[in-house]
Design a protein around this ligand. Structure first.
Ligand code: 5GP
Length: 206
């Protein structure tokens, strides 16, 4: 049986990276696609594991050779999903996770309508800010940029199949399993969308 293509996006610091990693660590039938990016490597990131860190020239070459399933520009850098790995794994029955931003996610849905799109939220704006600060990955200026980006990102949530609030990792993993098994109650999205509305209001200071 073919595996599923799971596209995970969400607000910055929603914890989607951790969820993707946990799914892969806990279950044999989940694999993570490694994206290519023109962004600078951060401290503890590993080339070929976290990303394929490549130049803009190489990125353009991969676009010309039709090697990407999708690609997008996000906060001044390019990111793309190499196509071959995803196709091979799905054929082998693995559920492939793409942790990508929204423009890319919608591109994927257009070309592969069986893709399942999941949008993650932190539980509130305060939690998001605290996570961004405590993970010490970005400068304060970059953190403010990512928080403002959330206002734009939020607009995309309604196009996703599922909107989940990441309250804690175990519940989110359970939600993801239910989604893969087709057992998750989609109507819970409504509550999540109200939480998203509040997060955006708080960021805007309303
Ligand atoms: P970061 O720089 O924090 O690693 O990633 C920034 C954003 O780019 C995140 O929202 C991440 O999900 C997204 N991203 C990572 N890889 C890809 C990709 O291959 N395609 C697209 N469209 N977005 C990606």
């Amino acid at each position: 049986m073919e595996g599923k293509l799971l596209v995970i996006s969400g607000l910055s610091a929603a914890g989607k990276g951790t969820i993707a990693k946990e799914l892969v660590d806990r279950f044999d039938n989940f694999v993570l696609s490694v994206s290519a990016t023109t962004r600078e490597k951060r401290g503890n990131e590993v080339d070929g594991k976290d990303y394929f860190f490549i130049s803009k020239e190489k990125f353009d070459e991969m676009i010309s050779n039709d090697e990407f399933l999708e690609y997008a520009k996000y906060v001044n850098n390019y990111y793309g999903t190499p196509k071959k790995y995803v196709e091979d794994m799905i054929k082998n029955g693995k559920n492939v996770i793409l942790e990508i931003e929204m423009q890319g996610a919608l591109q994927v849905k257009k070309i592969y309508d069986k893709a399942v799109l999941v949008f993650f939220l932190p539980k509130d704006a305060k939690t998001q800010r605290e996570r961004l600060i405590s993970r010490k990955r970005e400068t304060l200026e970059q953190i403010e940029e990512r928080i403002r980006q959330a206002i734009v990102d939020a607009e995309y949530a309604i196009h996703y199949d599922y909107v989940l609030v990441n309250e804690n990792i175990d519940d989110s993993i359970k939600d993801m399993q239910e989604i893969v098994d087709g057992k998750y109650d989609k109507y819970k999205n409504k509550k999540s969308l109200l939480i998203l509305e509040q997060i955006v209001k708080d960021i805007k200071g309303e």
